[in-house]
Structures are given as C-alpha cells and as structure tokens.
Design a binder for this molecule. Sequence first.
Ligand SMILES: Cc1cc2nc3c(=O)[nH]c(=O)nc-3n(C[C@H](O)[C@H](O)[C@H](O)COP(=O)(O)O)c2cc1C
Length: 477
Amino acid sequence: MYKDNREFMKALEAAGELVTIDQEVDWDMEAGAIVRKVCEDKAPSPLMNKIKDYPGHRYLGAPLANYRKLAIAMGMDPDSSIPEIAAEYLERTNREPVKPVIVEKDQAPCKENIITGDDVDLFTLPAPMVHEGDGGRYLATWHFVVTKDPDKQEVNWGMYRQMVYNSKIMTGPLFPFSGGGQVFHGKYVPRGEAMPFATVIGPDPLGAIAGSAPTAIPEPEYTGQLLGKPVELVKCETVDLEVPANAEIIIEGYILPDVSIEEGPFGEYTGYRTSPRDTRTVYQVTAITHRNDPITTISNMGVPTDEGQLLRSFTLGLEMDRMLRNQGIPITGVYMLPESTHHLVVVGVKPLYTNIAAQIAQTVFGSSLGMWFHMVVVVDDKTDIYNFNEVLHALSTRCHPVNGIHVWQGVGTPLYPFLSAAERKKSVGPKVLFDCTFPLDWDPLSEVPRLVSFKTVYPQEIQDKVLANWEKYGFTK
Ligand SMILES: Cc1cc2nc3c(=O)[nH]c(=O)nc-3n(C[C@H](O)[C@H](O)[C@H](O)COP(=O)(O)O)c2cc1C
C-alpha cells in the first residue's frame, strides 16, 4: 500500500495508467481540458510537470477516474473485477476502525515549506481554471477539508470544492447535510464562532476515497481500515487540527460564521453547470504548507466518468449494501452506475415476499444516503447487477409500466438538473422505483415467462461441452 500520492503514481505508471507531460501546460483551461478528455476517454492520468507561471509546481489529473485506478489504489491487481474490488472494500471497512498516529514535524513532508501571516498568498499555488464559464479558479477539486466537532472532538474529512476568491480567502458550498457542514451550521454559526479547517490537497488515494465516502466512521480511522494500518498525521501550524503528514499541500484557516461571498458556477458531477453563482461559505486562510515540487491534484467534473462519479457511486452503493444486509433484507448485491452520475442504483434481491422492491426503495431513499440519488432498479437474484445488458433487459421486459413503477416525493440536493430553480431551492427530490421482479403469485411454470439465454435454456452438460470446446470451435476466450 502507498504512503502517499507519489508512490501511488509510480504504481499507476507501472500499470500503464499514467502519462507524463513535460511540455508546458497552461493553468487557464488547458490543464482542465486535458483532464476532461482523459475522463471521457478513460485514459491514463496525466502528470503535468511544467505549469505556465508556476515553476516548481506540478499537476496530477484524474487520479482515480476508472476501476483499474481504483483497484491499484486498493493495492489490488489492476484487472480485478468490480465485484472483487467491492468485496475487498466491504471486507476491509467491516473491520475495526484503526486510530491514526501523530508524527513529528520533521517526519512530515507536507512541512517542507511553511508560509504563515502576511506571506500567505493563494495565488502562489497553481489553482486551475478548470472549465470555461467557472466562476473562478478552483484550488480544491480532489482533496478533503478537515474539521472537528468542538463538543465530541470527532474529526471529519469531507471533499467540498473551494474556489480562490482573493490571496487569503477561498469560498465554496458547505451543505448543512454534509459532515463538516452539519457541525459548522449546527454548532459554530449559532455560537458566532469561526470553525478551524485544513484543506488537504494531494492526499494519498485511500484518504481521498474516505473524504468523498458517505461513512459515519471518522475518516482518519476509515482510511486506516482501508490502509490496514494507522494513517500518519501531523499537527497544523495555526489551527488545532491534524493533517496527513505525506500530503502535497495543506491550507489552514478558519471558516467564518457571519459572512458569505459569491462562488460558482462550476461544472458539476451531474455533467451540467446547475447551481448558479450564489453566496457561499468563506474560508479565511492563515497558513499554507507544502512539499517541495508540490503536486496539485485535479478532478474535472463533467459528463461521465470522473473520479467523483466513480467513487461516490462505488461507496454509496456499498453503504447501501451494508445497510440492507444489516436490516436482514435478502439482497444479492448493490451496484450504483457511475454512468448515471450516481443517480441510479441497481439492487439484486431474492424475491421472497411481495413488495420487497418497495421495501428496498423506501429503506435506501429514507436513509441519509437517499438525497444523492433518485432511481432504484430492483432485479431478481438471477440477474447480474454488474452486467448493463442484463439490467437493461430486465428493466425493459419485467417492469410493468403501471404496476412496477412507483413514484415518491422526497428530499434531494439542489444539483439535480431536471428540477426547476424553485424546486431546487426547496430541496425537492422526486424518487422512482422500477420493480423488475415478476409477481410472486404467478405460477413459475405456466405464468412466469421462461428467460431464453445460454445459461437458462440448455442442460448443464451441453453448456459445459460448448464451453470446453469454445476455443477448439475457433472462437477466442
Ligand atoms: C470532487 C467532489 C467534490 C465535491 N464537492 C462537494 C461540495 O462542494 N459540497 C458538498 O457538500 N459536497 C461535495 N461533495 C460530496 C461530498 O464529498 C460527500 O458528500 C462526502 O461524503 C462528504 O463527506 P461527509 O459525509 O463527511 O460530509 C463532493 C464530492 C466530490 C467527489
């Protein structure tokens, strides 16, 4: 496993998943355009060694935007299948949380350069102009923000985008339903106190996964579970927080309780620019520390597939899997499609009783995960939830348009592109279930239609014979 992003990059390179660009790249949209095309082509991650106006700085784009990169981040064979990666992820995160350890400053590469006081200038960092039409330059797109609950002392790492406003201020949406947002809006704002924060840019890949995952476990411990050992943290310079010692860049400061400033718009994970320029949270910066030749990580959100879509789909789906199994519902698995920008989740179930699909949909929509998606497709245990062809076939042939589609009004994020501006303001979130299981009261022999496929209509000995002879017939495996 990797102690930092640099070791991870070496593993990406060894697997053919990293391209080094030595020619100069402009921070003003050129870098963003490269990363966008990489996401759309599922290409290797670009390491950009020379950034216009920023000698000594580097960019890493799209660090985790396909399943091969995710498998590498997990220390697995790059060609592991999605169910294999999912099983490994669940196995590790079902273990006991692993507490982090604190290391001294001289063992922390993120302290190689320390800038405080009047010398702090965010424009010394190469914040990219990610897309044309963005409201500004976004420094934090693949990172996490460290905060602490002042009463419970519980630490939260959350990935919340941040735009540079001036040399000492950043701004971004810190939604009240996020981990950090709940503490800020629920505790610091009512007390009129500024909340300490530290933004970690270029964390190790598992830390970034934890920062974007919907977990109730404090993320330093969750990262320890994924890593299989304690994460090494170091104390901040100007706030009472700890950050990963091996990260690339740390930005410390305070989130102000009594002001908001304009932020956005920004290309978002839905593949659209949905939220308008609006007043959002203010991050006042008191210190910047960074490694030598620091690498700013860039995620470019847009149409699929960027790492936010891939990882949020992956972790949201697996949290649902854990929740449904804990409720004793006989599911066979959960797969959220990254191509749906984590709006559509497929659940496989052994349909033991009538309306089990409605029970599944109500459970997941009613949970804290439910606001991030609005489509649930329930298929039976014989359908491969990871096989898009099988799922689409089930949806088109087993879901009764009147009896099998159920619609609810629920809660959603303000980012759904299909909502009107008025609906977005009210967090309206319509939900829909597609029940693709045949009714249980149909007679299995005379009423349930027989699925006609290689797996279902040939005797086992014929299937075995054909498979054994497949290459002899002249086909490739
Ligand atoms: C690239 C990226 C950017 C994100 N930006 C934001 C954001 O600006 N605000 C927000 O509330 N959530 C944002 N999210 C979603 C959160 O990271 C996600 O909800 C995560 O679970 C937050 O951690 P938390 O549960 O501790 O709040 C973003 C996710 C990704 C992958």
